[in-house]
Design a protein around this ligand. Structure first.
Ligand code: ADP
Ligand code: MG
Length: 395
């Protein structure tokens, strides 16, 4: 049974009536442009064909008026969220739960549209949770898309993505960049999204060659130092920008970085070199993709991985191994780590006809050399957030 039919059936079982609205928002993978979002750089994500769906109906089935009753197939508990304008970001650190993402989005809509009607909702997702494919943004954007439909709020896509980012910052306590929510909201089928994280300008880049697939391989490791090292990289970049006399590394040139080697020191120099070269690679990859120069795309992905490994120091044995194994397979165009690093996933471009064999060999090589199983799936660039079922708006 497909996800849409399943969630409708589960909704009826749980709430005793059919849903009136159904929203969907995808997870995402970033093809190139890593660790540059917080420097105002360029990123090139696409939506994956796995989504978070939310089915909902107005009213409460006779119970508890003034609340949203929400449950998720990923968790046991059901939450009752008051809709009286009382939701506030909670400042507790480290103890956020899944409903905080939802609360943040509801609070954002209450601030825009006033009172929301009571409703029941069920969340179901095929985006792996915590796998670096942004199940959190998929959840926020699916919720926001649902509420925009239910209230008839004429919110723009950019406003919706920013509202979701604020929900994650304030209610879930995660200081994320803007890429995930933009990708889940704005991505289109058969396109990548070239997003300028400084101006928030977004451009669709066609990727419509059906004979190519995007392979995502999860190393199934997440090294602990990821969080603290991430914060350190951000500080390194801010310091390098200060020393170069620019607002952010987005404004620095490669020449400026080269000429300031002594001033920046070894670490500062290498961090800055990664950022300026990665931004240039992302621009170049978007152009190469748009003109189907696949070999060039592969070369840029390899250079991106090397820069993340050698200059930015965010790779690890498992990610390097997955990239090495992928690059050795016939039909593979390019491969690199994707996401924050220190574990998580790689992204690989592969010819569709050779994908299955490549996947078998990558899995076998990884098991043999790391002693671990990886998990993997292929996808094509998919559609961003949308309503799959709507009733006339209720306001
Ligand atoms: P990811 O890389 O998947 O975004 P995060 O740690 O940022 O990882 O977000 C994962 C969190 O998002 C989960 O722990 C949960 O709180 C919330 N979440 C994601 N998907 C769902 C879902 N289907 N139902 C409920 N909460 C979800
Ligand atoms: Mg997330």
């Amino acid at each position: 049974m497909n996800q849409q039919h399943r969630i409708i059936e589960l909704f009826v079982q749980q709430f005793g009536r059919p849903p009136e609205w159904l929203s969907a928002a995808p997870g995402r993978v970033n093809l190139i442009g890593e660790h540059v979002d917080y420097c105002g750089g360029l990123v090139l994500p696409m939506a994956i064909d796995r989504s978070t769906m939310i089915a909902a109906a107005i009213g409460t089935g006779g119970q508890k008026p003034g609340f949203a009753r929400i449950s998720s197939t990923a968790f046991q508990d059901r939450v009752d969220i008051p809709l009286d304008g009382s939701l506030r970001p909670n400042s507790k650190s480290g103890a956020h739960d899944w409903a905080d993402y939802v609360r943040g989005v509801i609070a954002g809509f209450e601030a825009r549209s006033g009172r929301l009607p009571a409703f029941d909702a069920l969340i179901d997702s095929s985006v792996p949770v915590g796998g670096g494919l942004s199940s959190s943004a998929a959840l926020e954007v699916a919720m926001a898309t649902l509420l925009a439909g239910m209230t008839g709020d004429p919110i723009t896509s950019v406003e919706l993505a920013l509202l979701c980012q604020r929900a994650e910052h304030e209610f879930a306590g995660v200081p994320c960049g803007i890429m995930d929510q933009f990708a889940s909201t704005l991505c289109q089928q058969d396109h990548l999204l070239l997003l300028d994280c400084q101006s928030l300008e977004a451009r669709q880049v066609a990727f419509d060659r059906k004979e190519l697939l995007v392979l995502i391989v999860n190393s199934n490791v997440q090294h602990q130092l990821g969080g603290s090292e991430y914060a350190q990289r951000r500080k390194d970049c801010e310091r390098a920008a200060r020393l170069l006399g620019v607002g952010s590394l987005r404004e620095a040139t490669a020449e400026q970085v080269e000429n300031s080697r002594d001033l920046l020191g070894d670490i500062g120099y290498r961090r800055a070199r990664h950022v300026v070269t990665e931004i240039a690679r992302t621009q170049a990859a978007a152009e190469a993709l748009a003109s189907s120069r696949w070999h060039a795309v592969g070369t840029l992905m390899a250079a991106s991985h090397a820069s993340l490994r050698d200059d930015y120091s965010v790779s690890c044995f498992e990610l390097d191994l997955l990239v090495e194994l992928a690059e050795a397979q016939p039909g593979v165009i390019g491969s690199r780590l994707t996401g924050g690093g220190f574990g998580g996933s790689t992204v690989t471009l592969v010819e569709a006809s050779k994908a299955e064999r490549a996947m078998e060999l990558i899995a076998a090589g990884y098991l043999q050399r790391s002693g671990r199983a990886c998990s993997m799936f292929t996808t094509r660039p998919s559609q961003g957030a949308r309503l799959l079922l709507t009733k006339p708006s209720c306001s």
